[in-house]
Design a protein around this ligand. Structure first.
Ligand SMILES: Nc1ccn([C@@H]2O[C@H](COP(=O)(O)OP(=O)(O)OP(=O)(O)O)[C@@H](O)[C@H]2O)c(=O)n1
Ligand SMILES: C[C@](O)(CO)[C@H](O)COP(=O)(O)O
Length: 238
């Protein structure tokens, strides 16, 4: 990996979740698809970019993971223990990235293995100069409804200027660490890194993501994730 000398960009991959919504015994990030685990695909999506200096992964059991996946024992891949929430895992990863002299972090869900390189490049092109960082996101194309506990519609939400956040999310490493510490990593309102930056008064930039950058969440997501991973090898990237 080569990198811009002024900036040291390090990937941070939260991968310590249980995958409860995926309803499988094995956490979804360890599912083997198209010759590698979901986690390895997500690591490689960042690691293959020449401006990404290293990747930190936050997992439940680092030692066990390295025994199970010896191929992850690489000088540019660092394992740390994740936390009880996604935000706690991210903070552990960002603190490790700071120890590796990161100036910026690219936080990317392990559960998003189909990240197209073109989308990652857009984020770096537009996000590195953005004062409050940047995230990949997609404009909402469906009509959005708010419902009550009986699943009855209580409101239609105007979809103009509504976006669906994705990852990677790009921020100054120390800025993100301070924001996560300030808002608290057990805060239910903090479901992505941008939420923490916003809570501290920041306004991250929205950068066009990709429908291919799907998050493996529910069992029915598996077919599409598998299709994309198979066909991205044939250069069908957005
Ligand atoms: N304590 C946690 C919880 C989540 N994650 C990671 O955050 C990413 C996005 O979270 P999500 O898709 O919700 O994964 P899970 O929390 O594992 O899924 P679920 O909510 O269905 O249990 C995943 O890569 C997951 O491994 C993490 O590192 N640490
Ligand atoms: C970070 C994220 O992928 C942006 O959409 C999303 O918030 C993660 O949510 P999860 O419930 O932790 O998967």
């Amino acid at each position: 990996m080569t990198e811009d000398t002024q900036q040291r960009i390090i990937g941070v991959i939260p991968a310590a979740g249980q995958g409860s919504r995926f309803q499988q015994q094995t956490p979804k990030q360890y599912l083997q698809i198209h010759g590698a685990s979901v986690l390895e695909h997500s690591i490689n999506a960042l690691r293959s970019h020449p401006n990404v200096a290293a990747v930190v992964i936050a997992v439940q059991a680092p030692e066990h993971l390295l025994q199970q996946f010896p191929q992850l024992q690489q000088p540019d891949i660092h394992c740390v223990s994740g936390g009880s929430t996604r935000a706690a895992s991210v903070l552990a990863g960002v603190e490790a990235a700071l120890r590796l002299d990161a100036t910026h972090v690219l936080v990317h869900d392990a559960a998003r293995p189909c990240l197209p390189q073109a989308a990652l490049q857009r984020l770096l092109n537009e996000g590195l100069a953005a004062k409050d960082g940047a995230i990949l996101a997609l404009p909402v194309a469906d009509t959005i409804k708010r419902g009550n506990s009986q699943k009855q519609i209580t409101a239609s939400v105007a979809r103009e200027n509504l976006w669906r956040a994705q990852t990677p999310q790009l921020f100054g490493a120390s800025t993100l660490a301070q924001a996560l510490r300030k808002v608290g990593t057990d805060n239910p309102l903090i479901t992505d890194e941008a939420s923490a930056i916003e809570a501290c008064g920041g306004s991250p930039l929205l950068v066009l993501g990709s429908e291919q950058n799907i998050k493996l969440t529910y069992p029915e997501d598996l077919a599409l994730v598998s299709w994309y991973l198979t066909h991205q090898q044939e250069g069908q990237q957005q």
